[in-house]
Design a protein around this ligand. Structure first.
Ligand code: NIG
Ligand code: FE
Length: 443
């Protein structure tokens, strides 16, 4: 890396300076085992950006000498600069909300009970099917902005609330349009096998046929998704049904992901590893043997502790044991209207540390380089390294530990996406009266 002045060369467009430190998360990725603790910190560091790319990161004194004055200087005001976070598991596009069910759950009803009575995912499917693509885009937009200014610059986004050919396509089309309009990157996942829709209650096989024979080929032909996910759980899809769906996806070029071992030991982790899934997600009920399996596998373990929290569970995914076994551990919000209605990656990191047993540094790698790996973007995103996309977050703390010590606070003060500081005024004003009422960020 040549940091000396290079007369005649183009100066950087932007230098972010005046940091307490830059957490680069650079180096070998994804991180597993003891490496997951390694953040690669540059004290008093600076980042030089050209166009949408990171040009160089290093000590501020060296960066400031680079080939002439930059177009812009970005003052981090003594805070931390870290890679834009990646949220590798979200369900952001849906109709309605489930505040009523939340109240019932507060009164003692269980998530599984509500699902079995035709509420739960089916309630959101009913609301989603009524919406046109434009409505879906409109309702998801505010959620994405909110998560963006909490530090997430790339999201995985799932379908799964349509459960019919037309409505699944509408959700994926909305994700495509949101990807085109926003400052963020969205990675689309097809989740047709999220729940058995009401009209197929007596024909499980018929629905799995529909997913495999109609939906997957269509999704693939239209290039609407990169991943194929399935909810492998009692009350949703069995291991054998999940296998059929994921294998059909693979035939059509969609990489597998699995909702696994969330509410009971479902066998989903084992299936995911066997099929070479990109990730297996949730995992509170992962078995000892499957922890060992993940320790030796390339399949990422994506933990969703906000879901356990929001479902009032006491069994969190065993993050500590997964890291110690050598698994590639990532964290995600699982934002959805039923089981994880949060828009804050900050809260997810806190729970990853305070409930799943990750260290602060492990958790930060879990939302950057390992999360990028969990969506297949580790070569492009997830660390501050020359040549990577310039996605940065500026935090108003001076050490990684203070991020968690001062918990419950959004520490993000600025977000840079593809080399551009994103103006907060682009975020839709959620308090602006709309149709004579306050619009609602969440629904
Ligand atoms: O990841 N587990 C399955 N799917 C979602 C829940 C979706 C919902 O309740 O609407 C999840 O937790
Ligand atoms: Fe989920």
């Amino acid at each position: 890396m040549n940091l000396s002045p290079r007369p005649g060369e183009r100066p950087p467009d932007l230098i972010v300076y005046n940091t307490s430190l830059v957490l680069t998360c650079a180096g070998k990725g994804p991180r597993r085992g003891a490496e997951q603790e390694e953040l690669h910190v540059v004290p008093d560091g600076a980042v030089a950006i050209n166009g949408d790319r990171i040009e160089v990161v290093g000590p501020v004194a060296e960066i400031m000498q680079m080939g002439g004055a930059p177009t812009t200087l970005g003052d981090a005001r003594g805070g931390i600069v870290m890679p834009g976070m990646v949220d590798p598991h979200t369900h952001p596009v849906y109709g309605g909300n489930r505040a009523d069910e939340f109240l019932l759950r507060l009164g003692g009803a269980s998530y599984e009970e509500l699902h079995a009575k035709g509420g739960g995912i089916q309630a959101t499917v009913d609301a989603t099917r009524k919406m046109r693509v434009a409505d879906l885009v409109e309702s998801a937009r505010g959620r994405l902005w909110s998560m963006f200014f909490a530090g997430v610059t790339t999201f995985e986004a799932k379908s799964g609330y349509g459960l019919s050919v037309a409505s699944e396509m509408a959700q994926l089309q909305a994700i495509r349009e949101l990807n085109a309009e926003g400052p963020w990157d969205l990675v689309p996942t097809f989740l047709g096998a999220h729940s058995l829709p009401r009209e197929f209650a007596d024909d499980r096989e018929g629905y799995v046929d529909l997913v495999c024979e109609k939906m997957i080929p269509k999704v693939a032909a239209l290039g609407l998704a990169e991943y194929c996910d399935v909810f492998c759980e009692e009350g949703a899809f069995s291991v054998e049904e999940s296998r059929r769906v994921l294998e059909a996806g693979q035939v059509h070029g969609l990489e597998p992901k699995v909702h696994a071992d969330e509410l009971s030991p479902s066998g989903g982790t084992r299936l995911g590893v066997e099929l070479g899934a990109r990730s297996v997600d949730h995992l509170p009920y992962v078995s000892d043997e499957d922890i060992e399996l993940l320790g030796k596998s390339k399949t990422a373990a994506v933990l969703l502790p906000a879901t356990t929290f929001f479902l009032f569970g006491d069994r969190y995914a065993p993050g500590r044991r997964l890291v110690d076994a050598g698994a590639i551990v990532a964290l995600a919000s699982d934002h959805n209207p039923g089981s994880s209605h949060t828009l804050s990656m900050g809260r997810v990191i806190e729970l990853g540390v305070m409930r799943c047993g990750l260290t602060v540094r492990e958790a930060l790698n879990a939302v950057t380089i390992n999360a990028a790996y969990a969506v297949g973007r580790e070569k492009e995103l997830g660390s501050i390294e020359p040549g990577k996309q310039a996605d940065l977050v500026i935090l108003n703390v001076t050490s990684p530990e203070k991020l968690i010590y001062a918990w419950g606070v959004n520490h993000v003060v600025a977000v840079i996406k593809r080399g551009m500081l994103v103006d907060r005024r682009r975020q839709p004003d959620v308090t602006r009266p709309k149709k004579q009422r306050f619009s609602d960020l969440f629904s």
